[in-house]
Design a protein around this ligand. Structure first.
Ligand SMILES: [Zn+2]
Length: 390
């Protein structure tokens, strides 16, 4: 399967390379609109307008719909497939807003939704307009700061192609209901998440309490938010994942090393709630993550070797290793960006080229990491020594 997908991907690449010579009005495969009807994994019949990102030899498709959602359609699930002569275009912000509202209502959530559109975001909120506007302003500042950070580091990223969807629910109960019905029950355990298939961030109003009325003004929101720093860090963390996957830092459904995607989100998650200035906290030490790093590092039961962290993502899924996996990923990203920024940029350029749906072998992961940063045993000693004083 690996080899077949690689061949398919190479053919797709070769085709787009040849077609790049043709007049710009030519509909290249990746720009053409397709209408596909299929049965999804929950046995629901779906008709989507999409572009085809990959077509496997057995007829399986990886689609990207006009709302930015990815669909994996097996030949068995596929019912109809029309290849049109129309150009694929992402939904406009207003269209996406209407779709998000419909989906929230279809899940049985009866609270009326409000749509807030900003330069890059479409926020569908059952938490009221004021809170959605506050989120929009936070996300836009994060987006700009993220882009500016990488530009200064020597990595040119792109503007998001799709309006970035966010669903903000009025309280934790509604968030749990949405996560359980729409995504996975385990997502409901977190205070927010980014969904790689749907390209959305799902959050809830952090100012909502069982006995308190919704915050009415921006300063009211700011004051209440300041009381829950862990939860606001999660909001920023999930928004960072979404920006990273939509600006070309990572590619959805490609084999991005987990230490890298999580490390980046944790590097940027230090919030800056002061709306009058830029995002000044980027690059600041993430104190809760550093505390966890220092604790897990000393615990032989929990700590993970650098090679183990680089070679595979398993430790993130093991209950006794997950805390260390996150903490070490933050510490490694922090150390590398502070001391080896140029090498990080070179490494990211390698990772950016990863094709979708192909998993790398652990040895390949390690080899690419060592090509950028040198031998892991030597780096591990330097890293742990540096972390002791930073
Ligand atoms: Zn994360």
């Amino acid at each position: 399967m690996r080899v077949i997908l690689l061949i398919v991907w190479l053919l797709a690449f070769a085709t787009s390379f040849v077609r790049a010579e043709e007049p710009p009005r030519e509909l290249t495969p990746e720009r053409r609109l397709h209408r596909v009807t299929f049965t999804d994994v929950k046995s629901v019949t779906r008709s989507v307008e999409a572009r085809v990102l990959l077509e496997a030899q057995d007829g399986g498709l990886l689609l990207e719909a006009r709302d930015g959602r990815l669909w994996n359609v097996t030949p068995k699930q596929r019912q109809q497939h029309e290849t049109t002569d129309e150009l694929f275009r992402p939904l406009k912000a207003e269209e996406l807003g209407e779709q998000l509202s419909r989906e929230v209502a279809e899940l049985g959530i009866t609270t009326p939704t409000q749509i807030v559109v900003t330069k890059h975001y479409v926020i569908c909120s059952t938490a009221g307009r004021k809170y959605a506007e506050w989120c929009g302003s936070l996300f836009e500042r994060l987006h700009d700061a993220f882009q500016a950070y990488w530009k200064a580091a020597g990595l040119e990223l792109r503007e998001p192609e799709f309006p970035l969807p966010a669903i903000v629910l009025k309280d934790h109960a509604q968030f749990t209901e949405f996560a359980t019905k729409h995504d996975r029950p385990d997502a409901a355990q977190s205070p927010g998440y980014f969904s790689e298939p749907t390209n959305r961030i799902i959050l809830f109003d952090l100012t909502a309490g069982p006995n308190s009325a919704p915050a009415q003004t921006a300063s009211d929101i700011q004051r209440k938010i300041a009381a829950s720093p862990f939860n606001v860090a999660t909001t920023v963390h999930e928004a960072t994942h979404q920006i990273a996957f939509n600006s070309g830092l990572h590619t959805r459904y490609a084999d991005n090393p987990r230490w890298l995607t999580e490390g980046m989100a944790m590097f940027f998650e230090v919030p800056d709630l002061d709306s009058r200035s830029g995002w000044k906290t980027i690059g600041r030490v993430n104190a809760p993550r550093r505390k966890e790093f220092r604790e897990t590092f000393r615990s032989p039961r929990e700590s993970i070797s650098l090679a183990e962290l680089i070679r595979a993502d398993d430790s993130f899924l093991q209950p006794n290793k997950a805390r260390a996996a996150y903490a070490e990923s933050w510490a490694l990203t922090y150390f590398l960006l502070k001391t080896r920024s140029d090498d990080v940029v070179l490494y990211l350029k390698t990772i950016q080229l990863k094709p979708r749906l192909i998993a790398d072998l652990p040895d390949v992961r390690l080899r690419e990491f060592e090509a950028a940063f040198g031998e892991t045993e030597i780096l591990e000693r330097e890293w742990k020594k540096w972390m002791a004083t930073h």
